[in-house]
Design a protein around this ligand. Structure first.
Ligand code: 5AD
Ligand code: SF4
Length: 475
């Protein structure tokens, strides 16, 4: 009997990619996907620990399974990803019916671990070494990468894919749990990355998004040469079939002239840079140990504007970090207005046990103040996004068409040939327009006639028919 897998994923693009790999490896062991927990033989939760809210979401999903597991003790329930690495066996205390705990560095062991549970070997725990639990080499090895297996069905769309170029992070920002859950920063060998990009292109992928926690710090050294992101982009640019190459997330200090010049000179590389600022106050940046000042970030923006005047730059912010005063926050608002980001993701600080921030500073900004600052910054950013999007009115942009729009999906019209579609420009702006299902996956010119903060609205430009040719054909 073929086995069924139910998989829930929360968190960042890394998790989406990890889920793709896990599905691919379980498929090789005879599994197929189901969206119904009742039907599933194995139920996996790919988790995130960046904020408490994400963890609570997972515990709430797990809570819903309690009764199902009582009725069907033979079903295997597993927690994988960052929360598995961070909390390890503690997860059994809150959810005693969990069978399997697997860190992000052990995902390739999942088929074996599931079969151990099925064979009656009891609970299985596979996690990496902690950041102080061994030599650097041993810790690195314990966070193995897991990338050769791909599963097209798990991708956002069949013609878009993530490609991991780096795992882990060594920046240790004081609020962040990632260096603990995903281990030391390690670049993958460029030859492996290029080979994987070729496989993706052969599978029909037009757009790849390179992933790394600090993707622009990417570095791979051999005795002969050192490959940085600029050099890697040049190699990937040669891969036939790829149309667009994006990379996220960037670290401000590593946004070098060399990299920006590569983005400028390689037409497949999208003029889109996600470079989280986090705060506009030097005092808070210092407390966050971000490793740059407001002046450094401004210098970086100047470099970007000089070399890539049309690039879209987006950011992340944390509001209400420990000790953040109204004045600090106003500096963040002022810098947001100055930088004019395409969009920003804004988060309320969530204290993470195990980080230096949690050890050193009290989480002293009340929740209502965090919420008010979140709302204010969001309003400021939305006004900027809306204003800047007006520049597109009357312009024609190339859109890689991704599929039915949210409205189409909400109305359940996604199977109709004529419908509202959505896609993105080269600089990552969302475009919505009326089209035909068969256009999905194509890159087409779209003339923009309306714009809100988050969306451009347009119409596909059809080629004008030359009347003489038309007459000739009629004859
Ligand atoms: N609380 C709130 N937001 C956080 N982020 C990372 N850690 C925390 C935390 N403890 C945000 C940062 C990062 C994004 C992915 O998540 O803004 O860039
Ligand atoms: Fe976390 Fe900072 Fe590393 Fe980003 S750079 S993953 S915020 S520690």
């Amino acid at each position: 009997m073929p086995k069924k897998l139910y998989l829930e994923t929360v968190g960042c693009q890394m998790n989406v990619l990890d889920s793709e790999m896990v599905v691919a490896s379980l498929r090789k062991h005879g599994y197929s996907l189901t969206h119904d927990p009742e039907q599933a033989d194995t139920l996996l939760f790919n988790t995130c620990s960046v904020r408490e809210h994400a963890e609570e979401k997972t515990y709430s999903s797990l809570g819903k399974l309690k009764r199902l597991k009582q009725r069907h003790p033979e079903k295997v329930v597993g927690v994988m990803g960052c929360m598995a690495q961070k909390d390890q066996k503690l997860i059994f205390e809150r959810a005693p019916y969990v069978d399997l705990i697997v860190g992000p560095g052990q995902l390739q062991q999942i088929p074996e671990l599931v079969s151990n549970v099925n064979a009656g070997d009891g609970r299985q725990v596979a996690v990496s070494l902690g950041r102080r639990e061994g030599t650097v080499e041993n810790i690195k090895r314990s966070h193995e990468t897991f990338d050769p297996l791909r599963d097209t069905e798990m991708r956002p769309t069949p013609f878009q894919a993530y490609l991991r170029i780096q795992i882990g992070c060594d920046k240790f920002c004081t609020y962040c749990i990632v260096p603990m859950t995903r281990g030391p920063e390690q670049g993958r060998p460029p030859a492996q990355i290029v080979a994987e990009a070729r496989v993706l292109a052969d599978q029909g992928c037009k757009e790849i998004t390179l992933l790394g926690q600090t993707v622009n710090s990417y570095c791979y050294k051999t005795p002969e040469e050192t490959t940085n992101l600029a050099k890697l982009l040049a190699q990937l640019h040669e891969v036939d079939g790829l149309e667009r190459i994006k990379f996220v997330t960037n670290y401000p200090k590593d946004m070098t002239r060399e990299l920006l010049t590569a983005v400028r000179d390689l037409p497949k590389v999208s003029p889109y840079l996600h470079v989280p600022l986090q705060s506009g106050s030097d005092r808070i940046l210092e407390r966050m140990k971000r490793g740059y000042t407001v002046a450094d970030y401004r210098d970086m923006m100047d470099r970007i504007r000089e070399l890539l005047p049309d690039a879209a730059v987006s950011s992340d912010f944390i509001v209400g970090f420990c000790g953040e005063t109204d004045e600090d926050f106003e500096q963040t608002v002022a810098l947001t207005k100055e930088c004019r980001f395409k969009n920003s993701f804004i988060f309320k600080y969530s204290e993470r046990p195990g980080t230096r921030g949690a050890d050193r500073y009290p989480d002293d900004v009340p929740l209502d103040v965090k919420q008010a600052r979140n709302n204010e910054l969001l309003a400021v950013q939305s006004a900027i996004s809306e204003e800047d999007n007006q520049r597109f009115l009357g312009r024609t942009v190339d859109v890689l068409i991704e599929g039915p729009s949210k409205l189409t999906l909400r109305k359940g019209h996604q199977d109709e040939p004529l419908q509202q579609l959505t896609g993105r420009t080269h600089c990552d702006r969302i475009v919505v327009f009326d089209g035909n299902l068969r256009q999905v996956g194509q890159t087409l010119p779209v003339a923009i006639y309306d714009a809100t903060a988050h969306t451009l609205f347009g119409a596909v430009v059809t080629e004008e028919i030359d009347p003489t040719v038309y007459t000739l054909q009629l004859n």
